[in-house]
Design a protein around this ligand. Sequence first.
Ligand SMILES: NC(=O)c1ccc[n+]([C@@H]2O[C@H](COP(=O)([O-])OP(=O)(O)OC[C@H]3O[C@@H](n4cnc5c(N)ncnc54)[C@H](OP(=O)(O)O)[C@@H]3O)[C@@H](O)[C@H]2O)c1
Length: 318
Amino acid sequence: MQIRIGLLGCGTVGAGVVSLVRRRADRVADMTGLRPIVKTILVRDTQKDRGVSFIDERLTTSPEDILADDDIQIVVETIGGIEPKTYILEALSRGKHVVTANKDLIALHGPEILQTAAAHGVSVLFEAAVGGAIPLVGPLKENLTANEVTDLKGIINGTTNFILSQMTTRHIDFAEALQMAQELGYAEADPSSDVDGLDAARKLVILASIAFHTEVHLSDVRVEGIRHITATDVRYADEAGYVIKLLAVGRDRDGELTLAVRPTLIPKNHPLAHVSDAYNALFVRGDAAGDLMFFGRGAVVCRQRARLSAISLRSCGI
Ligand SMILES: NC(=O)c1ccc[n+]([C@@H]2O[C@H](COP(=O)([O-])OP(=O)(O)OC[C@H]3O[C@@H](n4cnc5c(N)ncnc54)[C@H](OP(=O)(O)O)[C@@H]3O)[C@@H](O)[C@H]2O)c1
């Protein structure tokens, strides 16, 4: 039996979804008896080159082609930002399951989205919203349920980790490292959400809500970014045996939560000190499991943009 997917957005993540679904359809069909097929894809520009060829998939600029199609059982949202909230609520209300990689939306409107899903007997999955492909939501929600999780400590923003890693290894200042991150496709043209800590704070809201079984809001998180970190700070830290990382920290002490995102000195012998470039890692402490660390690539970059930038960086001798 086929299970049809409506894809909202087809950029870096969405194009990856199209090719992955195609590559793994047989395996999923063998395992579940259901063959996933991307039926319709919502974009703004149907003529754009997306680095993936469309065979059976239909591109559209009309959301109704997905939301009103009873043949589509799953909606995968890869647009980003807050705007797709109406599409997601509409899809859930029409009895479609939703999968989203959208941390902004889940951090700000997670409870409303989950309640709408529950009211219509469908699921919302958002594993890729935090830590890219690193499984974090699943373990915290399911595998570790027998634990009282007391501590979360992580590097959950790849852009700032890349910038701080470059400042550490190349002894360059923040502005130069940010420019490199932008040229390599790790940072947006407007990098404020990353470098000011907001992206990490939103991800912490999602992780803390699940790990500590409570509703956490963005206003509960103390946030400080990395704009003010200088090459001198990084050098002094190095001489004292530390590296500087933008750390997201959540602590539960008898129901009292402390939540913060801030630049932190990490001893060089701590495993988090070795998480470099765009990699992410999350330390979890549970009363039964003890200390666990999840590690992996937190983001994918637009290959076309990165290829062009790699050429320009090579020509600069990097
Ligand atoms: N990139 C990563 O590594 C990563 C990792 C984890 C999670 N995420 C999350 O995944 C989501 C997507 O990220 P991305 O990097 O794939 O973004 P992206 O490359 O900018 O792709 C966004 C896509 O959405 C489409 N779109 C935007 N506004 C639209 C609208 N109003 N109507 C219809 N289509 C619209 C765009 O269409 P056009 O192409 O026609 O303009 C584009 O195809 C975000 O929530 C992001 O936070 C990304």
